[in-house]
Design a protein around this ligand. Structure first.
Ligand code: TYD
Length: 351
């Protein structure tokens, strides 16, 4: 089994949901002794500094845009990265439906800038690695009873998914054309601490606590394969250490849950924690008109990463959800992110 050691890592989007969790994860790993530069644009989705958990002489936060070629090249020249882990992206499907242009900028032009910097600064000596965090949405809806593996065809069906698919293709093209050492990770829906309250799970928890309606698109029977973010972070770290260059890997649990079942479970967990009758929360559920381009089901087969890197998710969905609900209830200030001005403006414009 390959065992790489990376010491000078550039993380993009380290103030975002998965990036924040990943930073906490690697700095807690005994097998990481290196340093990290976190390049983050600090958009509406970035977590505020009061929530930034890291104070370390091995960590540097740089506020800036991955599309800024000069900034990216200056960072490469100064820090001599041996690894890039690319999380920065516009990721909310609803926003991409209302305004796709920003998604093309960040998700396509942004990755292009990073790939070009790697090509310019990295010698072809096999010492470096570019890991691209992508999504299951690039494959489009997974038929009932099927788990997509790494051979699935690309069939993105909303603007967000289309930009992530374009990014995946660029990464693969840089491997084949320029032999850039890359790995692509296609992950299912992540959930856990530090997620912006525009996403399903924190949104439902926030609304429950404020006695607001719980909006479910369509009939609420859309299925997602939910992975606890700490398990996804462990998977990315395994890929950094053991993934094969030029390969793509799925990260998921292979189990799905319908949105309505998930929200009902959240109602039960919050009711138990707040000593309320569960009907107080379940009565808030509302079925609203369908999201445009809403894929019915996403589900991935992750045997490849399990076999090749010995990664396995360590949380069942119920365990992960229990931890997640407990975290949001204990950190209700986090949910005040939804009072962020940009988020409110966006909600007012679009709902
Ligand atoms: P989301 O967290 O936006 O992730 P994605 O669309 O990328 O999978 O949504 C997860 C599921 O929850 C998806 O089927 C859409 C649905 N959903 C709702 O029904 N209501 C909501 O308010 C939100 C945000 C999502």
């Amino acid at each position: 089994m390959i065992q790489r050691k990376k010491e000078k890592i550039l993380i993009t989007g380290g103030r975002g949901f998965i990036g924040t969790n990943f930073l906490r994860y690697i700095f807690s790993q005994a097998d990481f002794s290196g340093s990290v530069v976190n390049l983050d644009k600090m958009t509406y989705a970035a977590n505020p500094s009061s929530w930034q958990p890291l104070v370390s002489d091995k960590y540097l936060m740089v506020e800036g845009d991955i599309c800024d070629q000069k900034l990216v090249e200056d960072l490469f020249a100064k820090h001599q990265f041996d690894c890039v882990i690319h999380f920065a992206a516009e990721s909310h499907v609803d926003r991409s439906i209302h305004g796709p242009a920003e998604f093309v900028d960040s998700n396509v032009r942004g990755i292009m800038t990073l790939l070009e910097a790697c090509r310019k600064f990295w010698k072809p000596d096999g010492q470096n690695l570019f890991v691209h965090m992508s999504t299951d949405e690039v494959f489009g809806p997974t038929p009932e009873g099927v788990l997509f593996d790494e051979q699935a065809c690309y069939a993105p069906r909303n603007p967000y998914a289309a930009t992530k698919a374009a990014a995946d293709h660029l990464v693969a093209a840089y491997f084949h054309t320029y032999q850039l050492p890359v790995i692509i990770a296609n992950s299912t829906n992540n959930y856990g601490a530090f997620q912006h309250p525009e996403k399903l799970i924190p949104l439902m928890l926030l609304n429950m606590l404020q006695q607001k309606e719980l909006p479910l698109y369509g009939d609420g029977k859309h299925e997602r394969d939910w992975i606890f973010v700490e398990d996804a972070c462990a998977a990315i770290w395994k890929l950094v250490q053991r993934g094969k260059v030029g390969e793509r890997y799925n990260i998921g649990t292979g189990k799905t849950c319908k949105n309505i079942e998930l929200v009902e479970t959240l109602c039960e967990m919050v009711a138990a924690q707040t000593q309320q009758d569960v009907s107080v929360y379940k009565n808030l559920i509302r079925f609203i008109s369908e999201r445009k381009g809403h894929d019915r089901r996403y589900a991935l087969n992750s045997s490849k990463i399990q076999v090749e890197t010995s990664w396995n998710p360590t949380h069942s969905f119920m365990q992960g959800l229990e931890k997640t609900v407990a975290w949001y209830l204990a950190n209700q200030d986090w949910l005040k992110l939804s009072q962020n001005q940009d988020y409110q403006l966006w909600l007012n414009k679009n709902y």
